[in-house]
Design a protein around this ligand. Sequence first.
Ligand code: HPA
Length: 239
Amino acid sequence: MTPHNSARKGEIASTVIMSGDPLRAKYIAETYLEHPVCFNEVRGMLGFTGFYRGERLSVMGHGMGMPSIAIYVTELMTEYDVKNIIRIGSCGGFAPLKLKDVVIAMSASTDSAMFEPDFKGIHYAPTANFELLRTAVEKAEELGISPHVGPVFCSDVFYQTSPDAHNILAAHGVLGAEMESAALYTLAARYGCRALAMMTVSDLLSGNTSVGKCTPEERQSSFSDMMKIALETAVCFAE
Ligand code: HPA
């Protein structure tokens, strides 16, 4: 047990799908997993272990932002022997992306200073695990989904006040903005684990302005596509 997770060792599978919203994790467990068992309710950060295509998988919430995901991921990797984490979430997309598109984050630039003391002035480039990334792209294509694969911007700030941040990143090929992948990738590298983040575009950003949003129904259907990619990828890495 940890301060944030009441699971006992062995109750969490070595491959975990994570979403920001713990109720999404519950939905995935109840909709897609066989025999899901809840392993955590501390702070409402629900986690479940069950089976998909006969393979043991877990799903868990991670909250919003890098400090939150960092707590859960660190504990999963260091206390519960988790080896593979796939985050599924949403992002603000930069043109030419469209609402509901799926983004697979190859790398994550960040405005966060949370790892600065560790890297001492070096601008480390948080990067996805190649095996997970390649498998996710293959599984997406098998499912008839064409994801955008490339860099994302992992921000500490949801309500950006400066339009320049998004404009300069978009001008360098960054696909969209989210808030967790840089911490996930950095910690996975640190603890010798695999990690991948994929997102659906829930809003379109031009500078710091939202110029379009998914309806709740669109959010749900595009989320289902991404969930299938994540589950089909995860079973390839289940132990
Ligand atoms: N910014 C950061 N994270 C997000 C956004 C956004 O516009 N949309 C969904 N997650």
